[in-house]
Design a protein around this ligand. Structure first.
Ligand SMILES: [Zn+2]
Length: 168
């Protein structure tokens, strides 16, 4: 990410337009095998205690959560979301605790370079776009990230999202 700190910021847009998501996908079947970023929707039917390294444990209440991530490796978004949407996996990332203990409903995807010439979204930019939402577990998914408090946000009932469409 060289140049990230020195590039001039573009002028702020007059208002927040909807983020150019390539839709909400409940399975990996229609997701392209290209690099990109995503926001994963997870429903927790019961509370879950999570302990991140160097932090006190926190309990995530039952409810809806949004996890911001990106997929740059082989298989891109399709492979990554196939993994997230499968309940059977070896626990590797923080978010695996949620997708195994709860229900990974689907994901909004942001394929790199393919949506109306817009920016290549990163998980950090997506988390920033969701900054009004509660942060239930600071550091979740962002232990290597210098800019984000968390890549996991809670999505309380009634809270709007900057994506279309919004699933039930
Ligand atoms: Zn980040």
């Amino acid at each position: 990410m060289s140049g990230r700190d020195t590039a001039p910021l573009p002028p702020a847009p007059p208002g927040p337009p909807p983020l150019p998501s390539a839709g909400f996908h409940r399975t990996a079947d229609g997701i392209p095998a290209v690099p990109g970023a995503y926001v994963l929707l997870i429903r927790m039917g019961q509370p879950l205690s999570v302990a991140l390294p160097g932090r006190p444990p926190v309990t995530l209440a039952a409810g809806r959560y949004l996890y911001c991530g990106s997929a740059r490796g082989p298989g891109g978004l399709r492979a990554r979301l196939a993994r997230h949407l499968s309940p059977d996996k070896t626990l590797r990332w923080h978010v695996d605790r949620l997708t195994c203990g709860g229900n990974a409903v689907g994901a909004w995807i942001f394929p790199a370079g393919s949506v109306s010439g817009g920016p290549d979204w990163t998980e950090c930019a997506l988390a920033a776009a969701l900054e009004g939402l509660p942060v239930p577990a600071p550091g979740f998914g962002s232990s290597d990230c210098p800019t984000c408090r968390s890549h996991l946000l809670a999505w309380p009932g009634g809270a709007g999202l900057p994506f279309v469409p919004v699933p039930d």
